[in-house]
Design a binder for this molecule. Sequence first.
Ligand code: DQA
Length: 146
Amino acid sequence: MKVFILNGPNLGRLGSREPDVYGSATHEDLINYCTQAGESLGLEVQVRQTDSETELIGWLHDAADAQAPVILNPAAFTHYSYALRDACAMLAGPLIEVHLTNPAAREEFRHTSVVSAVASGVISGFGVFSYILALQAIAAMQPVEK
Ligand code: DQA
């Protein structure tokens, strides 16, 4: 089972980006944690990051075609990208929206997610562990093989 983990703008700067808010783990660390967690859960994980809305939407189209589960941190696009939301609505597999921080506890503009209504679920506020929890949820949702 292949799982797409898609990260939006500025998440490539993790580690140096506002470490007091986002922590000290780099995007490379995030890839390693997710890959290891995926292996132990029997999931093949592919982590991608882009600052481009166009590219992110293209990856969501790929995931829709592959009927693959998606773990998506839309970053700032969360709060205003209807194009991203429409791409999410096309997905055939489960979609888990993740955030490192808890946007509900931050500035007002972060309280709105245009993606949440088309997600299977949302995990926020656990740092890099938000992604691991999302992988665990996807593994738990898979039918047991006979
Ligand atoms: C974020 C929260 C967003 O509000 C912000 O724009 C991000 C990161 C998070 O993971 O906590 O870039 O999605």
